[in-house]
Design a binder for this molecule. Sequence first.
Ligand code: F6P
Length: 328
Amino acid sequence: MDRKDIRRIAVFTSGGDAPGMNAAIRAVVRTAAWNKLHVYGIERGYDGMIDGHFKRMERRDVANIIQRGGTILRTARSERFRTKEGRAQAAENLRAYDIDACIAIGGDGTFTGAQVFSEEYNIPFIGLPGTIDNDLFGTDYTIGFDTAVNTAIDAVDKIRDTADSHNRLFFVEVMGRNSGYIALHTAIGSGASAVLIPEAETSMDDLKVVLRKNKARGKLFSIIIVAEGHPMGGAAGIAATLKDEVAMMEPKVTVIGHLQRGGSPTAFDRMLASRLGHNAVEELLNGKENVALGVVNDLPTCYPFHESIGREKIPREELIKMASILAI
Ligand code: F6P
């Protein structure tokens, strides 16, 4: 499809909300308006596509949202879109609104849905990486990751006060699904004693050594960041495993949870989301379809869905090693 064939596009957010999604929606709507395209926002992701929840969006509809967390289009994890019947209904609705192409903001599941659907119904999709987990291949960062890490670091800074005052050991669990990015960056940024992530094998013996060394050098409190996807069962699982070893340190478990998903996006996330939203419209008009966009080394990237979906993205070895060196 060349530049002139696209007249109407739809944009939606899907999967877990992430700070910066609104900035991306704003950039899509305004870039589309500048190119004289009609934009429809679809509410609640693929569920809204199936239920026909489309609303026309003009440039003023996205005023005053760049600073807001969550997503004004709301979101969902749609089970119905996994079914042929659900997708058929969604295709019928897109046709009824004369939608030529869609921009999907979400994670791996969102891109998988887009790929299956566009193959079945030949409707071009562009995917924007919107998830706090930073687990998408083909981009250095995903929209929302930076804000989530900042929120987690802020929480650890506060926990540090109590850990210090009471000489306690804290296991702090952060989100990330199966990815350790949030945990690793939170640990480095908060100066934690150790970090446990699914991508790096840390035995309980290693952890015991860290704790004993801390004690030997007079460190009276410790903060250990645990990725929720750690195979030993997150922070609670690890604390239980080390129960006897750490009993003297009054161990506490804090799960930061959904606090990490909310809040006003950082400058970094606003910038990233604005660039990606703008690029999505430009790339559609340049004839790109069924690709996921990203930014690598500060340059825009574009990978076909089939090359990016399901590909593992692993934190750099050097950073994992650095986290333990800086914690000594
Ligand atoms: O993918 C974002 C994320 O916050 C993950 O880090 C977490 O595992 C999951 O979503 C939680 O999902 P829900 O909000 O549906 O419980």
